[in-house]
Ligand binder design. Structure first.
Ligand SMILES: [Ca+2]
Ligand SMILES: [Ca+2]
Ligand SMILES: [Ca+2]
Ligand SMILES: [Ca+2]
Length: 321
């Protein structure tokens, strides 16, 4: 019994150290990208999702980018009639793979496929990859785009629904190993737009954590197809919970607010809190956050500076002003 407890404890620790995308603090069950013939009312506005993986400069061994349930069909995904959807995953590195303006947009337009194509693979419904991992790589970290500001090499992964009308649910993991999920110390992942599946359990709260840099004065949060599923609110070091406007079925909504001094160089916590009844099932939603210049802010899967906690003293000071 004692041995079992020790083994369980070790597994638990490994889990905490893991770097899944989405990550634990986000509590987002799956990323979601539909085939390009699906109606937008299913909850994906553009059938394309871009993620960036940041590998610290000090890390020099090969890396692998793993995809959980890359196919569209079987256990995990969302059927729309028969399974007829094909997903393409493409890994890019090299100059401009991230720094190109089009790569940092929310729409798959212009030169968003910038950089060197390092690997690509398409999946339809396929029991071989259903509920299982597929591994891209190995890649040498230097095949990414070096960005000193980020302190490392950046890789880009684009997932696109190139045919069909079903919903593809999936996750990523950047690993040191081809066959297992083994974290890379100091690595992170980020996106400028998140298209994801909410939990069905109304007690589960999902989070995204945009980072607020020194240039940010105000932000605009946009959400699509939230289906009026409860509330979306912002928590930060200076905010106990600011409600955002929420979208209905197949609709966009946006809210703007000013950034507090204390929020500079911290992450915001956008909380997605489901309504209790009637429950909303299989809810897919798209979210992005811009600054006052219209530049999109990155959401890090491991929030920079940690998950922000409201500090009562800061909030009270602000209110009394
Ligand atoms: Ca279909
Ligand atoms: Ca599947
Ligand atoms: Ca899938
Ligand atoms: Ca939805």
């Amino acid at each position: 019994m004692r041995q079992l407890i020790i083994i369980l404890f070790i597994f638990y620790c490994f889990d905490l150290l893991a770097q899944p995308v989405p990550a634990e603090d986000e509590n987002i069950p799956f990323l979601m990208t539909f085939g390009n013939k699906a109606a937008k009312s299913w909850g994906d506005d553009d059938y394309s999702q871009t993620f960036f993986f940041l590998i610290p400069k000090e890390y020099t061994n090969p890396i692998f980018i793993r995809v959980f349930d890359p196919d569209c069909g079987g256990l995990v995904d969302e059927a729309n009639g028969s399974w007829d959807t094909r997903m393409t995953y493409s890994v890019y590195g090299g100059e401009k793979c991230h720094s190109d303006e089009d790569a940092k947009g929310i729409d798959p337009v212009g030169n968003y496929r910038s950089g060197n194509l390092l690997a690509t693979k398409s999946f339809a419904v396929n029991p071989r990859y259903d509920n299982k991992w597929y591994t891209f790589g190995p890649f040498n970290p230097t095949e990414g785009e070096l960005d000193e500001k980020y302190g490392g090499f950046i890789f880009k992964m684009i997932c696109e629904g190139v045919s069909g009308d079903d919903g593809n649910m999936y996750r990523y993991f950047v690993s040191t190993s081809q066959n297992e999920n083994k974290r890379i110390e100091g690595a992170n992942a980020f996106a400028y737009e998140y298209s994801f599946r909410m939990h069905n359990d109304p007690n589960e709260v999902s989070h995204i954590y945009p980072y607020i840099d020194q240039r940010t004065i105000s932000v605009e949060q946009k959400n699509f197809d939230w289906d009026r599923d409860g509330i979306i609110r912002v928590v930060s070091v200076g905010r106990a919970g600011l409600p955002c406007k929420i979208s209905g079925d197949n609709a966009w909504e946006q809210s703007q607010f000013k950034i507090l001094e204390e929020e500079i160089n911290t992450s915001l916590d956008f909380q997605f809190i489901k309504r209790k009844s009637p429950p909303v099932k299989n809810n897919n939603v798209v979210v992005s956050v811009k600054n006052q210049y219209g530049e999109l802010l990155p959401f890090y899967t491991i929030p920079i500076g940690g998950v922000p906690k409201y500090k009562y003293s800061i909030g009270v000071k602000k209110k009394s002003k």
